[in-house]
Write a protein that binds this ligand. Structure first.
Ligand code: APR
Ligand code: PHB
Length: 396
């Protein structure tokens, strides 16, 4: 039996777990990470790629932003299309200079993993955590498996950064939280294609055929999405059909979409989910373990990083001042931004997706919102400040 002693036992090497480990290290707090999957698997997982201003600032502060600043692309605005008409929301102008950066989530995970291992950090891949015990005492433990042998982490605190399907949420006492969820009757078909982006900024589009999004990864790689029916299969979407549909849905006068070879294609369901308690004694949940938002607006990774900030604040307070005060406030502090992001992600989803007959009452409300954004600087500002992410001080 392998026994490891550390201050914080972290389950999951996604954005939440890795960011937490680095941030704690910056404060001299030791941690060990367990990751169920292999390094290759984790780094190949294609997800959204939108980093809020706060997230970029945090990675800069942690000294983890070299490649992000070199290869990521700062965007100062975004396009919204509705029935073929296009408007632009200029973030910088409306938010006093706050922006977003486009940089793939798996690149963030790669950078953080490389830096953690290069700095001698402990991270076990293919090491599933099996149970979390004793978190109602000062000596919690995590049972895990590694190379076919059982192991145990003895720590002061457990951070379950183990995503939606992890064991963290299941370990919380049953009656300690309420669940909230919506499943949407559609999903996203996402592609990566070897073609220069057809727009220098992102384009979100409502079309009577459904939603489409044009995003990008580099000067040579585009990332695009299409709304598809719930339960749709990738096999029904040959490349020509995808390009044709993207071109129709994103089309505006005087603009055309460039196509190219597609090298990644997958369908993800859409849901909103959260619980309203992220702590039980010495067990803390961060990121997807506690909440999921639909990807419209790209909030998932940013919310995980914001949770980590609040958890680090609490842990630093504990180790420096021997106080549980900050840790006890963890859920309360994190929930304010989570509810804000739930609302904004739901707003973006319902604004742009086809939910009812084109021309119906629901459609008219969507169009009324779009027309209002077009004519009201106040409404556009609300959208811009949510899109780039509110500063931490805003929630105090
Ligand atoms: N033991 C060890 N690791 C586990 C276990 C377990 N029992 N269960 C899950 N994991 C690992 C998963 O393999 C995964 O690598 O936890 C990690 C969780 O990472 P993510 O799912 O990426 O979640 P998180 O770090 O919260 O990142 C937030 O932002 O864009 C969104 O949904 C997107 O990944 C996303 C997220
Ligand atoms: C992405 O680039 O993957 C992306 C961007 C914006 C979103 C969702 C995904 O709203």
């Amino acid at each position: 039996m392998k026994t490891i002693k550390t201050q914080v036992g972290i389950i999951g090497a996604g954005p939440a777990g890795l960011t937490l480990a680095h941030w704690l290290k910056k404060h001299g707090i030791e941690s060990v990470i367990l990751e169920h999957r292999s390094r290759e698997y984790v780094q190949a997982r294609v997800r959204a790629g939108l980093l809020e201003q706060n997230t970029v600032d945090i990675y800069k502060y942690l000294g983890l932003a070299d490649r992000l600043l070199r290869e990521g692309q700062e965007h100062h605005g975004v396009y919204f299309n509705f029935d073929g008409q296009r408007i632009r929301i200029p973030f910088g102008e409306l938010t006093g200079g706050r922006n977003i950066t486009i940089y793939g989530q798996q690149e963030v995970v790669k950078d953080l993993t490389d830096a953690w291992l290069a700095g001698g950090g402990a991270l076990y891949f293919e090491a599933p955590a099996l149970s979390i015990e004793g978190f109602d005492t000062a000596h919690p433990i995590i049972q895990f498996e590694y190379e076919g042998e059982p192991g145990v982490i003895e720590c002061d605190f457990v951070a379950a950064c183990d995503g939606f399907h992890g064991i963290g949420r299941k370990s919380l006492p049953k009656n300690s939280f309420q669940e909230y969820s919506i499943t949407y009757p559609f999903g996203w078909l996402g592609i990566l294609a070897q073609v220069a982006p057809s727009s220098e900024e992102l384009v979100y589009a409502y079309h009577e055929n459904g939603f489409a999004l044009h995003s990008l990864r580099s000067s040579k790689v585009s990332r695009l999405y299409l709304q598809v029916e719930d339960g749709e299969q990738v096999e029904n979407w040959p490349d020509e059909r995808i390009w044709e549909e993207l071109s129709v849905r994103l089309g505006t006068e005087g603009w055309s979409l460039q196509s190219g070879p597609i090298f990644e294609k997958s369908i993800t369901p859409m849901r909103s989910y959260m619980i309203d308690n992220m702590q039980s004694e010495r067990l803390f949940l961060t990121g997807d373990a506690a909440h999921i938002v639909p990807p419209t607006g790209g909030k998932g990774l940013n919310l995980a990083v914001a949770d980590v900030k609040h958890l680090v604040d609490g842990l630093v307070d504990f180790y420096q001042n021997n106080s549980m005060r900050g840790l006890e406030d963890y859920t309360k502090n994190a929930l304010k931004r989570i509810w804000r992001a739930q609302d904004f992600s739901n707003f973006m989803t319902t604004l742009f997706h086809k939910q009812a007959e084109h021309g119906s009452y629901t459609y008219r409300l969507q169009k009324a919102k779009f027309d209002y954004i077009r004519c009201s600087k106040a409404y556009a500002t609300t959208i811009a400040e949510n899109y780039v992410g509110l500063p931490f001080e805003a929630f105090i």
